[in-house]
Write a protein that binds this ligand. Structure first.
Ligand SMILES: [Fe+2]
Ligand SMILES: [Fe+2]
Length: 158
């Protein structure tokens, strides 16, 4: 089905952001694994896999609209410490929420309910990522970084 070029453009921008996020989170996941923070490794990896699903769904939609996936990777912002990494998840995900809300508004204007539905599904997952990052930032602040990190190792209790 021939799609609206403006919608395809937005889908491609969102796709580029998703692919950038996957790169960043997968590197950070491995850095956490290397430090022995098994739980953080799993959490970052799980978010990266969510972003991969988003990328797949966006590509499907672009192809459905007979568009061509045009990807421009953004700058990677690899954190050097756990607080940096968690903070940059919160920032990146807040940007994602803004971008998805803008995309939803555009799709609604174009009476493209299928795109509204897809972007809304992704938006809710991005809100979940912000929620996770903010909870980690709160925990670091409340219990102190050493206590927080000691809970992220393999044998630490839930
Ligand atoms: Fe995403
Ligand atoms: Fe996300």
């Amino acid at each position: 089905m021939k799609g609206n070029p403006e919608i395809i453009k937005v889908l491609n921008e969102l796709l580029s952001d998703e692919l950038t996020a996957i790169h960043q989170y997968i590197v950070e996941a491995e850095m956490c694994a290397n430090w022995g923070y098994t739980k953080l490794h799993e959490a970052f990896e799980k978010i990266a896999i969510d972003e991969m699903k988003h990328a797949e769904w966006l590509i499907e939609r672009i192809l459905f609209f007979e568009g061509h996936p045009a990807i421009k990777l953004g700058e990677l912002n690899i954190g050097k410490t756990v607080p940096d990494m968690v903070g940059s998840v919160a920032t990146a995900e807040a940007d994602a929420v803004k971008a998805y809300n803008a995309g939803i508004a555009l799709a609604r204007e174009a009476a493209d309910e299928g795109t509204v539905e897809l972007l809304t599904k992704i938006l809710k997952m991005e809100e979940g990522h912000i929620d996770w990052a903010e909870a980690q930032m709160d925990q670091i602040e409340q219990m102190g970084l050493p206590n927080y990190l000691s809970m992220q190792t393999e044998g630490a209790s839930e």
